[in-house]
Ligand binder design. Structure first.
Ligand SMILES: [Zn+2]
Length: 355
């Protein structure tokens, strides 16, 4: 039965009339016509986390452009304006979406605390706004989608006499919301974490000696720091040297490397790597051809000692990975006297680098 013709028979004319009337009403009200409410701020609608058709539906509801019974009766398109489902009340959009027993069943099944947001306003826009302030973005999106499905289901009933049972409306809405939400949600912006630059332990069963050289504040004292750790990060042994020699930074680093190799061998180890932050020194050690330059003899000494070991590696790392050795070298350059217990400031760093 065509709900919007007195005779109850569908006619193209009445359908066209209906459409034109609704357009006119909505346009009048949006442009501040005589029957208009105060011009609304619709931002909350456009911010709703829901597909465009749902937002447009909300907007149409607020603009009174949804063809429910009372609107049509006002436009004299129909005589009968009671709710086509329950027949208890005039069919306002507020009734259709909220007060109708059918809708209440849907809300009850939706899992949303809709009844907390019950209002006696009888005004759909006020109701939407109230709910919007009580829900977060995600939940309000679900709410809006449920409203859209209630309207869809109402139209199915009115135009096709097809009933969609409340649990099904609920499950359509939930599914629709889930798919929309999962395909549109962007992971929250998080601070891009800087990679943690810290020492890495040697492979299982091996030891690693980190080495560094540092100058005293005046520049005339050189400190050398050596620390040997196992694959778990435990400090196995450590050593500092203080040199009162006029050396270049690179020479000081080369001597630190030599002392590191001697340190490993003197402790009886046959497999270990040394690691430092001076690239030219590591390259000098790795270079198999006879080394030229003032540091050549030091590199050759290192290679001579290393060739008798079962396993040896010289590794370059940036300073951030060589923090403990640097700390020890700095202490040594400032006249720190060797103690059997690792200085607490260094022990703290070792603990933080423990794997
Ligand atoms: Zn009803």
């Amino acid at each position: 039965m065509w709900h919007y013709e007195k005779s109850g028979c569908f006619s193209v004319k009445s359908a066209y009339h209906l459409q034109q009337n609704l357009k006119t009403t909505a346009a009048e009200e949006r442009s501040g016509g005589s029957s208009s409410r105060e011009s609304g701020n619709w931002n909350w609608i456009w911010r709703t986390f829901a597909p465009p058709k749902v937002k447009i539906f909300l907007w149409n509801c607020c603009s009174k452009a949804v063809p429910v019974g009372d609107r049509l009766r006002q436009r004299k398109l129909i005589m009968e304006a009671s709710c086509p489902r329950c027949g208890y009340e005039f069919e306002t959009i507020y009734h259709c979406l909220f007060k109708c027993p059918y809708s209440r069943q849907v809300w009850a099944l939706s899992g949303m605390a809709y009844d907390k947001y019950n209002s006696d306003l009888e005004d759909v826009e006020q109701w939407f706004k109230l709910v919007n302030t009580k829900m977060d973005l995600k939940e309000f999106g679900y709410f809006a989608i449920t409203c859209w499905w209630l309207w869809f289901s109402r139209n199915k009933w009115v135009w096709e006499k097809t009933e969609i049972r409340p649990p099904l409306v609920c499950s359509y809405a939930r599914d629709f919301h889930f798919r929309f939400y999962s395909s549109n949600i962007r992971p929250p912006k998080t601070l891009v974490r800087q990679p943690i630059l810290k020492w890495s332990p040697p492979p299982n069963g091996l030891l690693k000696i980190n080495m560094d050289a540092a100058f005293s504040r005046g520049g005339n004292v050189i400190g050398i720091g050596l620390i040997a750790r196992n694959w778990i990060g435990d400090c196995i042994a450590w050593e500092t040297h203080t040199l009162h020699l006029p050396l270049s930074p690179e020479s000081a680093e080369a001597i630190a490397a030599l002392k590191a190799v001697v340190f490993g061998v003197s402790l009886g180890w046959r497999s270990f790597s040394i690691e430092g932050d001076c690239l030219s020194v590591i390259q000098g050690i790795l270079n198999s051809s006879p080394s030229m330059g003032i540091l050549g003899p030091i590199f050759e000494d290192i290679r001579d000692i290393a060739k008798d070991l079962d396993f040896f590696q010289a590794l370059h790392v940036t300073r951030e990975f060589n923090f403990v050795a640097h700390g020890l070298a700095k202490l040594a350059s400032n006249g720190f006297a060797f103690t059997s217990v690792l200085p607490s400031v260094i022990a703290t760093i070792v603990a933080s680098e423990h794997s």
